[in-house]
Ligand binder design. Structure first.
Ligand code: GTP
Ligand code: MG
Length: 224
C-alpha cells in the first residue's frame, strides 16, 4: 500500500475515533447500552435481532427493555422492514456500497430519537468480517456472530474481527448436525485469537440461547 493511502486511511480512522468518542459520551449520559453486531453476510444477524426485539416488546418473553435498532446495508432497506415487524423503533442506514458503518452514519440516523427513552440500542453492521472491525461506533459492547455453516476456521482467517469481540455468539445451532460443525475445533480456534471471550450458543430458528443472550445484554441498573 502506498504511503499516501496509509496516511489517508489513518486520518479517516482518527476522525471516526473522535466521532465515536462523542457518541459514547452521549449514550452514557442517556443511559443507553449500545450493541454493535458484526459478522459475515447471512450469518443470522437480522434473524437473531428480530427475535430479541420481539422478546423485549410489551407482552414478549424477555426483559422489559425499551429496545431499538439501526441496521446497516450497502443497498436495500430489507432488514429494517423485517425488523420493524417486531414493533420496535428501527431505522435503516444505506451505505451506498460502503463496506462498514462509521460513527457519523450512526449519529445522523439518531436524529429525532430521544435516547433517554432507549435502554438498549442494537446496531447491525454491514455483513463483512474485515472492514467493520476497525470502526468504533461508540458501542458499549461488540458482539461478533459465527454461524455453524461458515466453517470452524473463521476466527483464524479474520483474527482482527474476533480479537475485538466482547462477546461471540454461535448462530444456527439447529444446523450444526447437517453442517458437520465441529464445535470444539471452532472454539479452540476462537480461543487462539481471543482467549477469554464469552461465548453463547444460539439458534434463532428454535429460540435456543436467546434468553441467556438477553440476560447478558441487559444493562445493569446502575447503567440505566
Ligand atoms: N436454520 C437456521 N437458519 C437461520 C438462522 N438464523 C438465520 N437463518 C437464515 O439465514 C439466512 C440469513 O439470515 P439473516 O438474518 O438475514 O442474516 P444476516 O447476517 O442479517 O445477513 P446480512 O444482513 O445480509 O449480512 C436467512 O435465510 C435466515 O432465515 C437459524 O438460527 N437457523
Ligand atoms: Mg441482516
Amino acid at each position: 500500500m502506498s504511503s499516501r493511502i496509509v496516511e489517508l486511511r489513518k486520518g479517516l480512522l482518527e476522525r471516526n475515533d473522535l466521532s465515536a468518542q462523542l457518541l459514547r459520551e452521549r449514550f452514557a449520559q442517556a443511559g443507553t447500552q449500545v450493541v454493535n453486531l458484526l459478522s459475515s453476510p447471512g450469518s443470522g444477524k437480522t434473524t437473531l435481532l428480530h427475535r430479541m426485539l420481539e422478546a423485549c416488546q410489551p407482552g414478549g418473553s424477555g426483559p422489559r427493555l425499551r429496545a431499538a435498532a439501526l441496521v446497516g446495508d450497502c443497498a436495500t432497506d430489507n432488514d429494517a422492514r423485517r425488523l420493524a415487524e417486531s414493533g420496535a423503533p428501527v431505522r435503516q442506514i444505506v451505505t451506498e456500497g460502503c463496506c462498514h458503518l462509521e460513527a457519523d452514519m450512526v449519529s445522523s440516523h439518531l436524529e429525532g430519537w430521544d435516547l433517554e427513552q432507549i435502554d438498549l440500542l442494537f446496531v447491525e453492521n454491514v455483513g463483512n468480517l474485515v472492514c467493520p472491525a476497525d470502526y468504533d461506533l461508540g458501542e458499549s459492547l461488540r458482539m461478533v456472530l459465527l454461524a455453524v455453516t461458515e466453517g470452524e476456521d473463521k476466527p483464524l482467517k479474520y483474527p482482527q474481527m474476533f480479537h475485538t469481540a466482547d462477546l461471540v455468539v454461535l448462530t444456527k445451532l439447529d444446523l450444526a448436525g447437517p453442517a458437520g460443525f465441529d464445535q470444539e475445533l471452532a472454539l479452540g480456534n476462537l480461543r487462539a485469537v481471543r482467549p477469554d471471550v464469552q461465548v453463547l450458543l444460539t439458534s434463532a430458528r428454535t429460540g435456543a440461547g436467546i434468553p441467556e443472550l438477553l440476560t447478558v445484554l441487559t444493562p445493569q441498573p446502575n447503567q440505566r
